[in-house]
Design a protein around this ligand. Structure first.
Ligand SMILES: [Zn+2]
Length: 313
């Protein structure tokens, strides 16, 4: 509790599983409801820590409306530090809106949908590239909701904004969008590490959104002229993959522009022989690359965002 707000720690029950901790902070006056999710993936530590810091620092300062913060949206995956829930090997970010009598992950999704997502005006889902990948600091949303999401993404103030043609089903943000909620997600570098500047960007970004929504007092600051890219669905399950085993040699890094036909990676055998060369099918911004060099058939190599019609803004 603080002098300004009315905060409560709530545990959202999940049938047959540990509950999900949520901090709810209410201002003295009516206003929007802003919901922050961290830890939808248990191997993404930036969002989990940022959400906890947001609850502690921003929560007591809320003047208008309601801030809901869930640092560990999937407590079981967070405990095991894995992307998927060990119980059923499911990806929570493909299970929304969930089911009350489904598997563990589907029940977690249902509980989050009913107790955190529903009733929100704005949802921000804090992700990172996890242990396996690397991504740039960015914020994304569905172009269909650009009229509401673009100003919030600009207020968040990270270098790259990705406006998607389509957001696949099963995400917290697709479920939120279906319910008329302005929904955005954030990515950053991952790798099982937490970088101070990214942590500060996430905590500060949510604060700037809260200011833009009028929930806390402060100066609305224009971000550092972020670059907006448009198109693509940002689905890590549908990306550039290799066709055989070997050692991946990366030619590119995240946030790098590549021309159509540019080499993204080579796959070489242990003898050094070139087995495969992977190239960009269109002019792109590199939005994710793998971290581990050893690959087997079908492994993720890179994810691209199309650049055509979307140069530097
Ligand atoms: Zn994630």
């Amino acid at each position: 509790m603080s002098s300004l707000d009315d905060s409560a720690d709530i545990v959202i029950p999940v049938a047959g599983s540990p509950g999900i901790a949520m901090r709810v902070s209410r201002g003295r006056s009516p206003g929007p409801t802003l919901t922050i999710l961290g830890g939808v993936h248990g191997d993404e530590f930036e969002g989990q820590l940022a959400a906890a810091l947001i609850a502690e620092t921003l929560g007591p300062q809320i003047e208008r409306g309601e801030l809901r913060v869930i640092p560990r949206a999937n407590p079981i995956a967070a405990a095991s530090q894995t992307r998927h829930t060990p119980d059923d090997d499911k990806n929570l970010a493909r299970c929304f809106p969930g089911s009350p009598d489904g598997t563990t992950t589907e029940r977690i999704a249902r509980a989050l949908t009913e107790s955190a997502v529903e009733g929100s005006d704005v949802l921000i889902d804090l992700h990172s590239a996890g242990r396996a990948l690397k991504m740039p600091l960015m914020i994304g949303y569905d172009a269909a909701d650009a009229h509401r999401c673009a100003p919030l993404a600009a207020a968040f103030g990270v270098p790259i904004i990705w406006e998607h043609d389509v957001i696949g089903p099963g995400r917290s943000i697709s479920t939120a969008a279906d319910r008329g909620i302005a929904a955005l997600y954030v990515e950053c570098s991952g790798g099982g590490t937490v970088r101070r500047e990214e942590l500060e960007a996430l905590v500060g970004g949510v604060r700037r959104v809260a200011v833009a929504l009028g929930m806390v007092d402060g100066e609305v600051v224009d971000g550092a002229a972020p670059r907006t890219i448009r198109g693509g669905d940002g689905n890590l399950d549908a990306s550039i993959t290799c066709s055989g085993a070997g050692i991946a040699v990366l030619f590119v890094d995240v946030a790098q522009e590549v021309a159509a036909g540019a080499t993204l990676a080579e796959i070489r055998g242990a003898d050094g022989q070139l087995r495969e060369s992977l190239t960009a099918p269109f002019a792109s911004l590199v939005m994710a690359v793998r971290r581990d060099a050893p690959v087997v058939q079908g492994d993720f190599i890179a994810m691209l965002a199309p650049l055509h019609g979307a140069g530097p803004q």
